[in-house]
Design a protein around this ligand. Structure first.
Ligand code: GDP
Ligand code: ZN
Length: 295
């Protein structure tokens, strides 16, 4: 009997999802939705929200992370990973404080740099009776191929479509302060209070606004990382800008010169498209402006 129990092998669990990390501790959610506070083996790198990990439970009910599974991507801030395995960025903008199209351009450039697709969510449409001018503002993004939703969390206009759109993926939510990011998370997770309570039910980690947290959502998840909500949007290189305006990048295949930057060159397919009204003037102007101040 003695011998048997000594050699008893740990059962292999299917990987758990990391909800958040607090220094030495990680909150993990197992495949059967149980939440644990886990420590990790010495050789295991710090897991972040969105990570998949292998873990074991010991006899005295301690949970230990034994391996960090390979990441699809890592989002870092100040050279420290804060989130992993992100399928989509969700950029929330709204009518008040009014969206800034030039800022949206910059978020789209960053998404392109990160090689992560991005959806634009336009919230608070209850604040207007006439959506037409707003739709016209966003038309260039739609034409460039971006996913876009108009909705109001206040009167639930457009939220059915939004819900149907958000599934099976891990989203990282970004956007300026006051646009409704927290409201959106609360809307998507009606039982959030319960869940956050379960998560903060350990003496080590109290929730602070600086913690990156993953909220499980249907079959997917939303990650809220206060530090990256408002990206570092400055310091874009010329190359980042050129490829980050995706419709300009596509047009550039037709330019005479391979190194054409679409400002003053002859036989520039981008300028031709601009003059023909195929390329959005505002987008092009912002492109030219950003290029003039690029590294
Ligand atoms: P966050 O800073 O991006 O997390 O924004 P919050 O979720 O805190 O929301 C900022 C404010 O916008 C709050 O006062 C919300 O009640 C309000 N808000 C959120 N959604 C809507 C909406 O659909 N319509 C209107 N009019 N206000 C909203
Ligand atoms: Zn060109």
């Amino acid at each position: 009997m003695q011998l048997l129990s000594k050699t008893k092998k740990q059962p292999t669990n299917s990987p758990a999802l990391v909800i958040s990390g607090y220094g030495k501790y990680s909150q993990i959610q197992t495949s059967n939705q149980t939440l644990y506070t886990a420590t990790r083996r010495k050789n295991v790198a710090l897991p972040v929200a969105g990570d998949k990990v292998e873990y074991q439970t010991s006899n005295n009910n301690e949970v230990i992370i034994t391996a960090l599974l390979p990441r699809k991507n890592t989002l870092s801030r100040l050279n420290k990973p804060v989130a992993a395995n992100i399928d989509y960025l969700l950029l929330v903008v709204c009518l008040s404080p009014k969206y800034r199209l030039d800022l949206i351009d910059r978020y789209l450039i960053v998404a392109n740099m990160l090689n992560i697709p991005i959806k634009i969510l336009v919230n608070k449409i209850d604040l207007t009776n006439d959506l037409a001018p707003i739709k016209s503002d966003f038309q260039a993004f739609v034409e460039a191929g971006y996913d876009l939703n108009y909705f109001s969390l206040n009167n639930k206009q457009g939220t059915d479509l939004l819900l149907a759109d958000l599934d099976n993926q891990t989203y990282l939510i970004v956007g300026q302060s006051g646009v409704g990011k927290s409201s959106l998370i609360n809307f998507l997770m009606p039982d959030l209070d319960l869940k956050t309570q379960a998560i903060s039910n350990n003496q080590e980690g109290k929730h602070t606004t600086s913690n990156t947290i993953l909220y499980p959502l249907n079959n997917g998840a939303i990650i809220d990382s206060p530090g990256v909500r408002e990206f570092e949007l400055d310091d874009l290189t010329a190359l980042d800008i050129q490829s980050g305006f995706v419709e300009i990048h596509a047009l550039s295949q037709g330019c005479k010169f391979r190194n054409c930057i679409h400002i003053n060159e002859p036989k520039c397919a981008v300028k031709i498209a601009l003059e023909a009204g195929i390329l959005n003037t505002r987008r092009y102007k912002n492109y030219a402006y950003l290029m003039s101040s690029a590294r």
